[in-house]
Write a protein that binds this ligand. Structure first.
Ligand code: HEM
Length: 255
């Protein structure tokens, strides 16, 4: 309670949130309440509720639970007197300064949001860029796959990664026309230059912002003429279409 002596508290053992957090179960249950730490392990079986109600708070800043045994209803003066039997210390921050309930609860939440336990950070709606991009219809970072099909034949299947809105790892999982698999052509094959030009398209887009895919409408900007095959006659629009299909499908796998 607030009428206790600061000098009393100075005499108590200093306990940090990390130490508190180690006693988070029935075998050892510590709770921080109004700046003081209690070892209530022995009391848990006597508490007049199902054990889960009280075990849930072990190892944590528990002022909120204590002040609201039911919403808005604090524990009785009798309960408060009992609590003092289990007093073992005072809650402090890393500098040994007293840690107030609100600050302690915030620090605990910060811990949960961090990756201390290998859990992904939980971002607030104001911080979550992934959410913002999704709501604005902007593509998310991740791996994408998309196809262009025509006449019952899959002609292009492209895979790429988006990182900060830039293209990388662009590859053709499939590239064919009229039954000819371009990826299997030998270097001395007549059609090989067309495969080489498609690779040039991919290389030219590598590292570029996503908007660079519109250059595929004018493939001569991205691919050279090879052995009489003009870059201008490449079907860049099919590749463009496969990119757009990938974006419509959404992220294939997360980074
Ligand atoms: C911090 C987490 C805790 C929660 C969520 C919690 C919750 C509850 C609930 C739901 C009840 C029964 C409902 C009612 O009496 O109105 C209750 C009663 C009670 N609890 Fe807790 N409790 C907690 C911690 C403790 C601790 C640490 C003690 C004592 C060391 C304690 C002592 C009592 C006592 C004596 C009662 C009987 C009613 C009263 O005197 O207020 N509780 N508690």
């Amino acid at each position: 309670s607030s009428d206790r002596d600061a000098a009393d508290d100075d005499a108590l053992d200093s306990i940090t949130l990390d130490e508190l957090a180690e006693h988070d179960g029935a075998e050892s249950c510590w709770k921080a309440i109004h700046g003081r730490v209690y070892d209530i392990t022995d009391y848990v079986p006597d508490h007049p509720t199902e054990e889960e109600v009280i075990l849930e708070w072990c190892g944590r800043e528990s002022t909120e639970g204590w002040d609201n045994k039911r919403p808005g209803v604090p524990h009785s003066a009798r309960a408060e007197a009992m609590l003092e039997e289990y007093l073992i210390g005072r809650l402090v921050d890393g500098d040994g300064e007293p840690l107030e309930p609100e600050a302690a609860a915030r620090a605990e939440e910060g811990d949960e949001a961090g990756d201390a336990d290998g859990e992904p950070a939980r971002l607030s709606p104001a911080e979550d860029e992934r959410l913002h991009r999704a709501l604005l219809g902007l593509p998310l970072d991740g791996r994408y796959r998309g196809v262009f099909s025509d006449g019952g034949e899959m002609q292009v299947n492209v895979q790429f990664d988006l990182r900060d809105g830039r293209l990388s790892n662009i590859s053709y999982r499939h590239l064919a026309y009229r039954g000819e698999d371009y990826r299997r052509l030998d270097e001395d094959d007549d059609l090989y230059p067309v495969w080489a030009q498609h690779q040039q398209l991919a290389e030219a887009l590598e590292g570029q912002p996503l908007t660079a895919i519109f250059a595929l409408y004018e493939p001569e900007r991205l691919a050279e003429d090879i052995d009489g095959y003009s870059g201008a006659t490449l079907r860049g629009n099919k590749v463009h279409s496969a990119f757009r299909d990938a974006l419509n499908r959404g992220v294939y796998s997360w980074p």
